[in-house]
Design a protein around this ligand. Structure first.
Ligand code: GLN
Length: 252
């Protein structure tokens, strides 16, 4: 259908806890979603979903939930359960998409337990649990993604986490780890895909160097409006950055 047909169609990005869950360049994911939506001819806007009373989420097409240190997760996990869970579940059931990174990814699961045993209950929209270890996993990540039709099929990013995440039967991995630690440093899997939710440990930020994943999220969100064909954009700069990380990871 492309830009001409999508002209002036509203596109809403819902940003969860922008003031507290936003580290290692996570904000770049918001900029990428907004810019690409505009380049595809959509009228993009961002709604900030901070702490406090539930805000209307029906119009949100793509949610973004960034990372945060244990301290920030402690400040928001109760609010997430009390004020956000129900409307998030309703929006996801109606076809909205979610991209959650690291600390956000962990709190969409059943719980996150810190290295000193503090447990922060999650909202269980994905079938994963996370328990922190003493050693942090830090460095480049390269993933062979398990998303049909994603081209290129690799995703690149940067990880910095103490959490070890384990997937339950309802959750599929986002992909296989080619470089880095991923979910837990032992099963060579990274991230999670379940329904309309994608969780990952990849900061960096993720989407500027993986424009194909940004378009995957935008197209899936538009599907409920009966069209998911996006115009082709010139991603040579973005994919050059992607390729550079791939090479660097191979050299190391
Ligand atoms: N606090 C969590 C952990 O250490 C998440 C960190 C993050 O979001 N980068 O695993």
């Amino acid at each position: 259908m492309g830009a001409a047909i999508l002209g002036n169609m509203k596109f809403t990005v819902g940003w969860l806890y922008p003031d507290l869950m936003n580290i290692y360049g996570d904000r770049g994911n918001i900029l990428t979603l907004v810019k690409r939506a505009e380049w595809h001819g959509l009228e993009a806007r961002v709604v900030e979903l901070g702490r406090g009373e539930a805000q209307p989420m029906e119009d949100v097409d793509v949610f973004f939930f960034g990372g945060g240190q244990d301290r920030e997760q402690a400040l928001i996990y109760d609010d997430l359960r009390q004020f956000k869970r129900e409307s998030l579940q309703a929006s996801l059931a109606q076809g909205a998409q979610m991209l959650a990174v690291c600390g956000g990814y962990q709190l969409l699961g059943h719980y996150y337990q810190t290295a000193d045993g503090q447990r922060y209950d999650g909202i269980g929209v994905i079938d994963v649990i996370t328990e922190a270890g003493r050693k942090r996993f830090i460095g480049d990540v390269v993933v062979q993604a398990e998303i049909d039709g994603l081209t290129p099929s690799t995703l690149v990013g940067f990880e910095n986490h103490s959490g070890r995440t384990f997937l339950g039967p309802e959750a599929q991995p986002l992909g296989k780890v080619l470089r880095g630690k991923g979910n837990n440093g032992s099963d060579h899997r990274e991230g999670c895909i379940q329904g309309n939710v994608i969780g990952t440990y990849m900061h960096g930020s993720l989407l500027p160097k993986n424009p194909h994943l940004a378009d995957h999220l935008i197209a899936r969100a538009l599907r409920r409006r009966g069209d998911d064909a996006l115009s082709h954009l010139d991603d040579s700069t973005e994919l050059a950055a992607h390729g550079w990380i791939l090479q660097r990871a191979q050299r190391r």
